[in-house]
Design a protein around this ligand. Structure first.
Ligand code: GLU
Length: 307
């Protein structure tokens, strides 16, 4: 398939939409990002990459980092993890407090903020401290992306901590239900640090290969998780990867995916490739407006959805 021509067509078709989305402004450090930027990269199993747009530009991966922390937590805690988080779509906004109250502090899934905060808490327990958790999460992401240059942006994580009242409220609520082991501020600041990791679409699409290949990197041959765990992560991405627009994403794109409020989206084409797309303008549910459209066009044009 001529992937490069398909990407060129997509870039042309999304161009009129580039000013339609709204950049996340509840994190002041992200509010300054220009909305009308776009990049998309496909990484195949032999490492070949096809890109369009600003595929070298680093951006804040935000909630995409939740895929990596969920992977680590599953690796260390296996099914015990589900004693503390569920794996059902929430049908609610990513930072909602309401459901958490009536479900007694047990978050619906690892991809809404509350669930990701629990995952971070388990990783702090596993690694022994916040500092070690930050270091080891970063090392793991560098490993699966095969890229040692990845780093977290302190300006973004500090900005989010200064304005993180809602995430702190989620963590406090879970603490009140005895579902948080470590100190609220420590867990939330560790969570913000992994959200503030910066990557570009080349790195992110590369980082998805282990999920497209039953848990093992098809290039380095390194095995990160079991095939059954990879299946489950993909399933949760499909059903919960886009908050209260997860159904819409599955309907339009038909691939397991995960978005972040930095405007990035990763998607997995099983047994074939990793995809990443970036455009900072978001839709009402906090997912990249152009990014979702680009992925929809991609699966329509190639037939490469899972359905
Ligand atoms: N750090 C962001 C928050 O907690 C992540 C949200 C997202 O990317 O969807 O609000």
């Amino acid at each position: 398939m001529d992937y490069q021509s398909i990407l060129n067509e997509i870039a042309e078709e999304i161009a009129p939409l580039l000013n339609d989305g709204k950049v996340a402004n509840y994190i002041p450090a992200l509010a300054q990002v220009k909305p009308n930027q776009f990049a998309m990269t496909l990484t195949l199993f032999d490492g070949t990459q096809h890109s369009i747009g600003q595929s070298d530009t680093l951006f804040s991966i935000q909630s995409i980092s939740k895929v990596f922390t969920f992977t680590l937590a599953l690796k260390f805690f296996s099914t015990d993890l589900y004693k503390r988080i569920s794996r059902e779509p929430s049908g609610n906004p990513f930072n909602s407090l309401v459901q958490l109250e009536y479900e007694h502090g047990k978050p619906r899934n690892p991809f809404i903020n509350a669930g990701a905060i629990i995952v971070t808490d388990t990783l702090i327990n596993h690694f022994g401290s916040c500092e070690l958790a930050c270091k080891d999460i970063l090392e793991f992401i560098r490993e699966i992306s095969d890229d040692l240059s990845i780093n977290s942006n302190d300006v973004v994580s500090t900005s989010e901590m200064e304005h993180g009242h809602r995430n702190l409220a989620l963590a406090n609520l879970m603490k009140s239900f005895n579902n948080l082991d470590n100190k609220v501020e420590d867990v939330v600041s560790t969570y913000f640090k992994h959200c503030a990791l910066e990557m570009n679409t080349k790195m992110l699409s590369r980082s998805m290969l282990y999920l497209a290949n039953h848990g093992s990197d098809p290039i380095t041959k390194q095995c990160f998780i079991t095939p059954s765990q990879a299946k489950r992560i993909n399933a949760v991405m499909l059903t919960c990867g886009h908050y209260d627009a997860s159904g819409d994403f599955a309907f339009r794109v038909g691939l397991p995916g995960k978005s972040g409020v930095g405007g990035g989206i990763v998607a997995v084409v099983p047994k074939l490739m990793g995809i990443a797309v970036w455009s900072p303008g978001l839709n009402a549910q906090g997912n990249s407006l152009v990014g979702t459209k680009a992925l929809e066009l991609f699966t329509d044009k190639t037939g490469l959805s899972i359905f």
